[in-house]
Write a protein that binds this ligand. Structure first.
Ligand code: 4SX
Ligand code: FE2
Length: 345
């Protein structure tokens, strides 16, 4: 059976409890562009995006992730996505165009990891603000880059995504072969989805890209000037994995948003995989900055296709925060010899 041709991660839908507070963060501070808004939802896009939205904020009683959507190359890929997931034995729904405003016909599944995933091809086009420097501002966000999901069994999750044609770019392991995290892509960047080992399904973060590091620094300055430095959870810094420059923010409901730039091209078929030892203290921050405990522990609840929260399953394998010294990621437990930093395989 052939598999759907997934182009890239395309949009997320987050349930938020106070639309005005979320608007103040995503629109007034981060500068995302409003495509549509009413009393129930705000549809947002970044400056280079010409599809209707890359983020939907929907008002609800409890904060959660309602959907992670991937775009497929042709309408026929929807049939392939449907057949592929029926064969996997998971719940599948076909929804008509407009089920989400601006999005064409779609296939929705609760994937084997428990996440509400959508595949769509058609979407309404809107103005692409690439050259609208008059409205960009110094912290301009250009596009959605990736999703990061928490799941107990990273190798099983990796098999699901590889079954959909994704390729691993980097991962974090230990000498015993325990996999703590993996990064997989369809578009030619380091990832469209990252798998973080932990109690799941939960959404760890969504990430938006900027063009330049200076734009990330400006977002920090901007939050400081607004006396909102508590929105900054981790960073700014340089990732080991992906080599990207990063910043993690928490929105008013605690949903984590990463601002990310400067990863690398992965589009050739022989792109080398980078394997990191979990004991390498530069894997998650190239400068050795400790990872804050909340970053390992906290993540957003996900909803099933009926909008009901999914209870997370516990991770039974070793947890990264426990195997690195002090549970804060400030790990100097790597052996002095025997392996290279970020070894290419
Ligand atoms: O913390 S890591 O350096 O492993 C990392 C986390 C790398 C890339 C990401 O997008 C991320 O969220
Ligand atoms: Fe990320």
């Amino acid at each position: 059976m052939s598999i759907p041709d997934v182009i890239r991660c395309a949009y997320a839908e987050l349930v938020v409890t106070d639309l005005a507070a979320s608007r103040a963060f995503y629109v007034d501070v981060l500068g995302l562009v409003v495509t549509f808004e009413d009393d129930d939802a705000i549809h947002l896009r970044a400056f280079e995006e010409y599809l209707h939205h890359s983020l939907v904020l929907r008002r609800g009683d409890t904060a959660a992730c309602a959907r992670l959507a991937y775009r497929v190359r042709t309408p026929g890929d929807l049939d392939l996505a449907e057949a592929h997931h029926r064969a996997l034995g998971v719940r599948v729904e076909r929804v008509p165009a407009g089920a989400t405003r601006g999005i064409g016909e779609a296939v929705r599944v609760q994937d084997p990891l428990g996440f509400p995933i959508e595949f769509f091809h058609d979407a309404e086009h809107v103005e692409r603000f690439t050259r609208r420097y008059d409205v960009h501002g110094a912290g301009a966000i250009s596009r959605l880059d990736h999703f990061n999901v928490v799941t107990p069994d990273v190798p099983a999750a990796q098999r699901y995504y590889e079954g959909l044609g994704f390729t691993v770019s980097e991962d974090i392991e230990d000498a015993a072969g325990t996999v703590y995290a993996a990064w997989l892509y369809r578009k030619a960047t380091v990832h469209d989805v990252a798998l973080t080992g932990g109690d799941g399904p939960r959404l760890h973060h969504i990430a938006f890209a900027t063009h330049e590091r200076s734009q990330i620094l400006h977002i920090c300055d901007h939050l400081g000037a607004l006396r909102q430095s508590d929105r900054i959870e981790r960073g700014p810094g340089r990732h080991g994995v992906s080599n990207a420059f990063y910043l993690y923010l928490r929105d008013p409901d605690g949903h984590r948003v990463e601002i990310y730039t400067h990863d690398y091209y992965t589009g050739d078929p022989d792109n080398p995989v980078v394997r990191w030892d979990v004991h390498d203290n530069q894997r998650r921050d190239w400068w050795g900055t400790p990872v804050v405990p909340s970053w390992y522990a906290e993540a957003s609840t996900v909803l099933d296709l009926d909008g009901v929260p999914v209870a997370p399953q516990e991770r039974t394998e070793a947890r990264e925060a426990d195997v690195t010294i002090g549970a804060d990621g400030f790990s100097y437990t790597r052996p002095d010899e025997g392996f290279k930093l970020g070894a290419q395989v």
